[in-house]
Design a protein around this ligand. Sequence first.
Ligand SMILES: [Zn+2]
Length: 485
Amino acid sequence: MKKLTGLVTGWLGRWLGIAVLAAFLGLRVFAAETPALVIQGGKLFDSSSGHMVPFRAIVIEGDRIKTIAFEGQTVVAPPGAQVVDARGKFLIPGLIDAHVHLVHVLRSVQMTADEIFPLFLANGVTTLRDVGDEVVAEKLLRNYAAEHPGHSPRVIMGSPLIDGNPPYHSFVSWALTEPEKVAAFVDEMIKWDVQTFKLYVGVKRPVGQAIIKEAHRRGKWVTAHLAWNYTAQEAVADGIDSLEHIDSVFSFVLPPETPRWPPPAERAGMTAAALTDLQRRILEVKARVDFTQPATTEMVAALVRNKVAIDPTLVVYRNWMLLHDQPEVQQHPDLGQIPARLREGWLLSAQSSPIDPTTVDLRRRQLAKLQELTGLLYRSGVELLVGTDTPVQFCPPGLALHQELELLVASGLPPEAALIAATRNNARAIGQTANLGSLEPGKLADLVILNADPLQDIRNTRAIFRVVRSGLVGDPATLLQRVPK
Ligand SMILES: [Zn+2]
């Protein structure tokens, strides 16, 4: 980093030679204790138009963007400001992961989220949306992240998994079966600062309807991972804001002859051989679903009409649900960057959850179908979010977001659409449109400086030079030193 004194002379001198009208923007002498940052451009990603726009300088005061000077404009930087030279580089808004679990998954490997927070930031993920956790521990982690912005992403809190009784995951769920108890539950969660209410697989429609109504009354977002008792068609008609996992759409457009995957209580009475056979028969149908059938067309139209966002989380389907026995997942180079305890826990878990090796081709075809449906949703105008389900098995914190972007592009999204989804759309889903999701004066200074253009190749989101979170500059290599080996 160079000090500003030298920079202003060279920089202004060069530009004053050009006959442009210089607009002096954002002049303010600020107190010595207020950190200021100037980023010399470069190009920045406009998450409204999807274009890369040349800029000359961004001035950041404290944790917010004060001014952006585009071509033909000049800005006088605050005295003593830190300067980052991003000429020839590409800025994108800080990436948001719309689907993480910071408490209960890590507990199984005896880790706490503060150990992996720097991994998110080093990979350009500056905000996390938790979608299902124990709120007491989650709030402690949220507070820790807020107090340590130099090495933690910001955390937006989610409710526990709102489920039927007994709940599917007893340790992280809230069994709710009486709609009349919903208003008090929503109030209690809001006291904990919950922004996202998450309906889970066993919830029934009357409770789902009540959650949507009560959460909306208080300006909060409702999402769902649906399965047995509440259909996507019903939730969409009831006004839900988003659906988690592309499977929450896929499972509800399958042909009527598809065998049904039974709820846990029914599965308990079945033999292992019967379950394996049932899984294969379901996979055979899923691998050849035709999305031109009316069930899909009607569902997609309803999603568009009701403005329901979909968070596909393709990465968790590839890495854990479908292909966790494959070397491309178990030996993915991204796994070399995560703590050994996490990686070894995942490998152990894969050994104890074997999948029928003979179905690998069917599983690959199902993944292709999930990607085909994701591409169809995009082309039809459904708003997509970008989430990963990290740290669920083989979805490495921070890195999984880049895998998800790559999977979205492989599903037919142009790179700019994938980036818009991970920034602007995700910011809307966490109620932070005024603060995050785009690089504009007045917004929080969360951004990623890339060495290469992500619109040319989405894998360039991994080419991180610096990460800025709340106006604090982070070097990925330094951040990674904080992550346990
Ligand atoms: Zn999840």
